[in-house]
Design a protein around this ligand. Structure first.
Ligand SMILES: N[C@H](CCC[C@H](N)C(=O)O)C(=O)O
Length: 294
């Protein structure tokens, strides 16, 4: 097998992304290759964004998203901004239509370097998140983590951004809660047949929220764009904040706006680290001879 798939190591607010370019070929990155790449220090990643030839006329590319454990994700906000940066280096274009499992997303490079993605319309029905069964109120789900009778995290609000999210709103302790432990527990709670991305969030003002995320299929990450969207939308939906928020995650800030037409716009940076080539079957890789400047 050959190391013939070009890829770029990028990040979106520290969310570690490999953008792999499989256009013009019919194969895919195997789950085994993803796990192998995730296991090496140099290519350790949270998500691979695999770019394939467009499936729909008028779109620029079809994107397959893989988590570090080789599972597939329906949405990745930070990775989508990285795809725009990747394509923009080649085409110079500012606007893209990218097809994902979640649907066709409109993304745009803004003057000044930030990238904005239309993350679509959030879903709140239990079947859409999805949940194993109906519950009374997806804003107040019967899910706890921690000691019986004195849970550390209790009753999250739920949404799908094309992938499932549970957001625990807490008054303090975003930086101190043991999210590695509680996130792993909630990720596998029986209410979530497809598992769930787990966030803790504190609303710090009518236009500001600070949060951390334990990602399904990955673990703790520096940033999770779709979780930031879910938290912002759920903060507005539960009357905790307005519809345009600065969302602070460990890696930095995202701007999230839940527009009146229901679409969620997410704006933030994307950064190039270096370029290379990978084998989509084994996950072997090498860096390109000429290291790119970020
Ligand atoms: N980091 C991504 C989300 C990945 C979600 C993934 N862990 C899943 O749903 O399985 C983001 O920026 O939106």
């Amino acid at each position: 097998m050959a190391l013939d798939v070009p890829f770029s190591r990028m990040n979106g607010l520290g969310n570690e992304i490999l953008v792999a370019d499989l256009r013009g070929r019919s194969d895919r990155i195997t789950p085994a290759a993803a796990v192998a790449l995730a296991g090496k220090a140099e290519t350790h990643f949270d998500q691979i964004m695999a770019i394939h030839d467009p499936r729909t006329t008028g779109t620029d590319a079809d994107i397959v998203i893989l988590n570090a454990d080789g599972s597939e994700a329906g949405a990745c906000g930070n990775g989508t901004r990285c795809v725009v940066l990747y394509l923009g280096r080649q085409t110079g274009a500012q606007e893209y239509l990218l097809q994902t499992r979640r649907g066709i997303l409109e993304a745009r490079a803004l003057p000044g370097g930030l990238i904005s993605v239309d993350m679509g319309v959030p879903l709140f029905d239990w079947q859409d998140i999805p949940l194993a069964h109906a519950i009374d109120d997806t804003n107040d789900a019967p899910v706890d983590s921690g000691p019986e009778g004195a849970p550390v995290l209790s009753r999250p609000a739920l949404a799908s951004m094309g992938n499932p999210h549970a957001v625990f709103f807490i008054d303090r302790g975003v930086q101190t809660v043991d999210l590695a432990r509680h996130g792993a527990e909630v990720e596998h709670h029986p209410l979530f047949p497809d598992r769930v991305n787990v966030s803790i969030a504190q609303v710090t003002g009518p236009t500001a929220l600070t949060m951390r995320t334990f990602e399904r299929g990955v673990g703790l990450t520096q940033a999770c764009g779709s979780a930031a969207c879910a938290a912002a939308v759920l903060a507005a939906r539960t009357g905790r904040a307005g519809r345009r928020l600065t969302v602070t995650v460990p890696g930095g800030d995202l701007i999230v706006e839940w527009r009146d037409d229901g679409h969620v716009m997410m704006t933030g940076p994307a950064e190039l680290e270096w370029d290379g080539f990978l084998d989509p079957v084994t996950g072997d890789h090498r860096r390109a001879a000429q290291e790119s400047a970020a």
